[in-house]
Design a protein around this ligand. Sequence first.
Ligand SMILES: C[S@@+](CC[C@H](N)C(=O)[O-])C[C@H]1O[C@@H](n2cnc3c(N)ncnc32)[C@H](O)[C@@H]1O
Length: 255
Amino acid sequence: MGFKPVFTNRSVSASRATPNTFARELFAPLPRRYNTLNQVLSFGQDRRWRAAMVEHVVGAEPRLILDVACGPCAVTKRLAKRTDAKIVGLDVSADMLGAGQQNVQRSGLQERVALVLARGEQLPFADETFDALTFTYLLRYVDDPAATIKELARVLKPGAPMANLEFAVPDKLVWHVSWWCYTRWVLPVAGFLTGGKGWWDVGRFLGPSISTHYRQYPVDWTLRAWEHAGIEHVERRTMSLGGGIVIWGYKSGRS
Ligand SMILES: C[S@@+](CC[C@H](N)C(=O)[O-])C[C@H]1O[C@@H](n2cnc3c(N)ncnc32)[C@H](O)[C@@H]1O
């Protein structure tokens, strides 16, 4: 990769970190066709959601961005397209990062993007390193979402934007029922038919994972966790009848 991010001695290699085994095993068979299948299985909504999230950090004209849980780098590439920043993509899965590296190279972005194998819960960077931070579909995979949000906020400079994309559960009964049927029945079968056993497993996992997460950590709880982590002006936008949510805010202490 073209530039080297500055690490601190807080660095913990993902291979030594035991708590994330589930995420690494779940994502191991997926990278090859991840972006294409993601689009198919979300009816093309995924791309809209990522674009909406990225717009919340673009206005700050960041020079250095951290993209946490970057996977195969769809968000990373979008950030590169919409800003002039250098971008660090970070993920706990070596397989996903391998696909990310190929995507970055295919797009000729290797001078602007560096990829790092590490955990979102324990970032190998000093306080106040980044001008902006994005994270996507991360909090359902961590043991302590509040502590993870705090850790993400730690590496942001005062005033810097943070933006997140996550699946959500539609509120309205009619959409809720449709969403439930889609995630419990259609998603596993469509996943299997388009991507085989790995995507069947993800399809079966995804719906219950989203429901369980929001039972434990409702959206209002999450917004408060952002504020407790020192992020202010926190806002949210639900998209696609409530199937996706973008949250954004700014690290406090802007002069
Ligand atoms: C659904 S994928 C999303 C990838 C990408 N951001 C996108 O929009 O397509 C979730 C990613 O989170 C990563 N992940 C899960 N737990 C993580 C953790 N604790 N720290 C960093 N990355 C994690 C997975 O390896 C996976 O690549």
